[in-house]
Design a protein around this ligand. Structure first.
Ligand SMILES: [Zn+2]
Ligand SMILES: [Zn+2]
Length: 273
C-alpha cells in the first residue's frame, strides 16, 4: 500500500485512540482501585505529602501531549513495515510464539529503559528531557505518560525497534505486542500509584525480589538518585544504583498496622539529576 498523507493521518489518529484507551484503562483503573480500596490501604500510602488536584491535572495534560508524540513516532512502524523490516504474523496465533515474544519484549524494554533513564539523569540531558516527569514529587497513576516531548520520543521509538528485532527471527505476533503494551501500562500505572500493595518480605524474596514495587519507583520520584529500573530490579542491583535503604523503606511501609499514620515516614530530600 502506498504511504500517502491521508494514510499517515489515519494512522496517527488510530494510534492516539489506542494509546489513550490504554492510558485511561491503566491510569484511571489504578486511581479508581486505590479510591475503592480507600481506608483499607490508607496505611500503605508511601509519602506523607498528598498529590493535589493541580498535580493530577498536570500529569494528565502532559500525558495527553506525550500520546500525540507517541502517535507520530509510531509512524516508524509504518515505515519499517513498508521497508520489510517489520513483519506481522497474519495467520493463526501460536501460543508458544506469543509467550517467547512477550517475554523478549518485556526483557528488552526493561534493559533499554534502565540505560535510557540513566542517560536522561545526566546533567546535560536532565532539564531538557526528563525534568518534566520529575515535576511529580508525589506521583499518581496519571503520571504514567507524563513526559516532555524529547523523552516521549525516546520512550516510543523503542517499540518499533524491538518489533523489528523480533521480526529478524520470526514474524511478530500482534498478540505479543498487545500483551506487552498492556503489561507496560499496568506496571507503569501501579509504579506511580503512591500506595504499596505488595506484602512484607516481597523485596527480599528470591521469588519476588526481582520485581520492582511501587516503593521502588516512588523513591526514584522523591529522591531521584537511585532506582532507575522499570519492571525488574536486576539492573539497579548489577550497577549498584538501588536505593541503599530500599528494603528498609519498603518494610517500614508494609509493616504498618491498618490504623497507623503515614507520618511515620520521613519527608524526602531534593530531586535532581
Ligand atoms: Zn528519572
Ligand atoms: Zn516515574
Amino acid at each position: 500500500m502506498p504511504i500517502t498523507f491521508l494514510f499517515l493521518l489515519h494512522h496517527i489518529a488510530g494510534s492516539v485512540q489506542i494509546e489513550s484507551l490504554r492510558y485511561f484503562a491503566g491510569a484511571a483503573g489504578v486511581a479508581l482501585l486505590c479510591r475503592l480500596l480507600g481506608p483499607s490501604i490508607a496505611h500503605r500510602r508511601i509519602q506523607p505529602r498528598r498529590a493535589s488536584r493541580a498535580d493530577r491535572l498536570r500529569e494528565l495534560r502532559q500525558s495527553l501531549w506525550a500520546m500525540g508524540v507517541f502517535a507520530i513516532v509510531d509512524l516508524l512502524t509504518v515505515v519499517l513495515i513498508a521497508l520489510g523490516a517489520i513483519a506481522f504474523n497474519r495467520g493463526a496465533p501460536a501460543l508458544g510464539t506469543i509467550a517467547w515474544q512477550t517475554l523478549a519484549l518485556v526483557v528488552m524494554h526493561d534493559a533499554y529503559f534502565y540505560w535510557m533513564h540513566r542517560a536522561l539523569h545526566h546533567r546535560a540531558l536532565f532539564r531538557r528531557f526528563h525534568a518534566v516527569h520529575h515535576l511529580s514529587r508525589t506521583p499518581t497513576s496519571w503520571a504514567a505518560y507524563s513526559f516532555a516531548t524529547g523523552e516521549a520520543v525516546f520512550e516510543a521509538a523503542i517499540v518499533p525497534a524491538m518489533v523489528a528485532a523480533i521480526s529478524t527471527i520470526a514474524p511478530a505476533e500482534p498478540w505479543a505486542v498487545f500483551i506487552f503494551l498492556g503489561h507496560q501500562i499496568a506496571r507503569n500505572a501501579f509504579g506511580h500509584a503512591g500506595f504499596e500493595l505488595a506484602w512484607p518480605g516481597f523485596t527480599r524474596s528470591r521469588w519476588t525480589g526481582w520485581l520492582t514495587t511501587t516503593v521502588h519507583h516512588d523513591l526514584h520520584h522523591s529522591e531521584g538518585r537511585s532506582n532507575f529500573g522499570l519492571y525488574f530490579t536486576w539492573w539497579d542491583r548489577w550497577l549498584g544504583t538501588e536505593h541503599p535503604r530500599y528494603h528498609e523503606r519498603f518494610e517500614a511501609i508494609v509493616a504498618r498496622a491498618p490504623e497507623s499514620s503515614v507520618r511515620d515516614v520521613p519527608v524526602h530530600g531534593a530531586v535532581g539529576p
